[in-house]
Design a protein around this ligand. Structure first.
Ligand code: ATP
Ligand code: MG
Length: 342
């Protein structure tokens, strides 16, 4: 039971819009910071090759998906040339040996192999930049979902800005750290994309549902179809609703908070960006969890699976408070930073 929101004013909407735009300009990395990441990657690759001559390293996650922060971690995937895949046992052996090798790198510290996780990784800290990173092996689906997110980011700048705003909001409300029982950045990004697909008129299409052939093309990776439409130049002619939505980022941000607190029925429906029609928790047999977010490729993967009941309530409360804070026009604004309070 939510309190009704007071009427919105154009002045407040304009401030809201500025705050959203500001999030993006304040947190997005510049060209130099982007190239530093590539540089670290190349350096690590040549270092790792001393031990594993066929190693190829690739960045993924927010270094590549268009929603990276200056301080976002470096997500790196390693593969060995001429080898298609790796089994769990060998994966752990290589992760441990990779960790021993990285410990000799003078530019890194805090090397930590984590072999018990679903995706085994070696964590590291890059001293000169202060960036943290991890290397995983054959994390192929993650490379594909990174490309999918990057394509959505490239369609409309509002997508990018809104995903930044969502990530800042999640960090500020302390609901954005999967390692501490909440949801990952990736999960929140999927929530933003789903909202933008369901908005009327939609801001973005469902790229996995656009194809000229009668049947959806099959591109199988780890047994899942990773096909999506990526010829974005031709999107205006392939998607009739292209550029129909003209809302501002501020309007969309408030729209998103209202969508997830007023309209979307978490008990019935799945946050699902691979199809436009509603997918039910019943269809998926995922009725024991309240927040259900389906991975766009690995359809057995619910990103909300790890949430406790308490954490679920905490996240929902953050959205409800967000709706009130951003949905209630005020004339006088509190200072942005404590130093402005004098
Ligand atoms: P951040 O800027 O917070 O680092 P990120 O998108 O890089 O954002 P990470 O948690 O570092 O988020 O995850 C890196 C990448 O790994 C994601 O972009 C996604 O491709 C993949 N990934 C992360 N968590 C999951 C998950 N639970 N299921 C599937 N893929 C995931
Ligand atoms: Mg990351």
């Amino acid at each position: 039971d939510l309190d009704p929101l007071p009427p919105m004013t154009p002045e407040f909407l304009s401030v809201l819009n500025k705050v959203c735009e500001q999030c993006y300009t304040d947190f997005a990395p510049d060209e130099l910071e982007v190239s530093v990441r590539e540089h670290i990657l190349r350096d690590l690759e040549s270092f790792v090759r001393r031990q594993f001559p066929g190693a190829r390293l690739q960045l993924f996650g927010s270094s590549k998906n268009g929603f990276g922060f200056r301080q976002s971690d470096l997500d790196i995937c390693m593969v060995l040339e001429g080898q298609e895949s790796i089994d769990d046992g060998n994966c752990i052996i290589i992760i441990e040996s990779l960790a021993r090798q990285l410990k000799k790198h003078p530019g890194l510290k805090n090397i930590l192999p984590i072999t018990t996780a679903k995706v085994p990784i070696v964590k590291f800290y890059h001293i000169r930049t202060g960036l943290e990173g991890d290397i995983s092996l054959y994390n192929t689906l993650a490379l594909h979902n990174t490309r999918l997110l990057a394509s959505y980011a490239a369609i409309d700048r509002r997508v990018k800005i809104l995903c930044y705003v969502m990530k800042v909001f999640a960090k500020m409300c302390d609901i954005g750290d999967a390692s501490r029982g909440s949801l990952s950045s990736y999960a929140y990004t999927l929530m933003v994309l789903f909202f933008l697909q369901q908005r009327s008129p939609p801001v973005i299409p469902v790229l996995q549902e656009i194809y000229d052939a009668k049947k959806k093309p099959q591109v199988l990776v780890d047994g899942w179809n990773v096909y999506f439409f990526h010829d974005l130049k031709t999107l205006p002619s392939c998607w009739p609703q292209y550029a129909k939505n003209t809302e501002t980022v501020g309007e969309l941000w408030l729209g998103l908070l209202r969508f997830y607190t007023e309209d979307f029925d978490f008990r019935e429906h799945v946050v699902c960006i691979r199809q436009h029609s509603r997918l039910t928790t019943f269809n998926k047999q995922w009725t024991s969890k309240y927040i259900v977010i389906e991975d766009p490729f690995d359809l057995n993967h619910n990103l909300g699976a790890g949430l406790s009941r308490k954490m679920t309530n905490f996240i929902m409360k953050a959205f409800i408070n967000g709706r009130t804070v951003f949905g209630t026009p005020i004339k006088v604004f509190p200072p942005l930073y404590p130093s402005q309070m004098e």
